[in-house]
Design a protein. Structure first.
Length: 127
């Protein structure tokens, strides 16, 4: 499946700053679903998007002959930045899985096993 982002050149993922641009487009598309309370998470994700772009720009570039163009550019993505960025996207509802979770839990009320355990402890303490 090929995704086309409105306002971005094709192929958008090869442009410098593509991750940050795609993130900003997603935040704009989210409209009123994100509010002031999400500001810190949006800014943290924006920092991660910039880091991903910077690290991707440092990937080694190989010529058609198989020669490394610039040996100083050999840094690659670490194993923490991208998964962390994806967790922020999920939490903000900017992925399909994140949107499903938010739709299942409208109003942002806590749910899940931990919440059930906490509620059980509170109700037994109140009795």
């Amino acid at each position: 499946m090929r995704v086309t982002l409105v306002g971005m050149a094709e192929p958008y993922w090869q442009e410098p700053g593509a991750t940050l641009a795609a993130f900003n487009a997603a935040v704009s598309a989210a409209g009123d679903k994100l509010g002031a309370v999400d500001g810190a998470a949006v800014e943290a994700a924006r920092i991660l998007a910039e880091k991903i772009d910077q690290m991707r720009d440092l990937e080694p570039h190989v010529t058609e002959d198989g020669e490394l163009q610039d040996e100083k550019r050999g840094r690659s993505l670490d194993n923490v930045t991208l998964p962390t960025f994806l967790k922020y996207l999920d939490a903000l509802g900017l992925t399909p899985a994140g949107r499903r979770l938010l739709e299942q839990n409208p109003g942002g009320r806590p749910s899940g096993k931990l919440h059930a355990i906490r509620e059980g402890v509170r109700s037994s303490a109140a009795s």
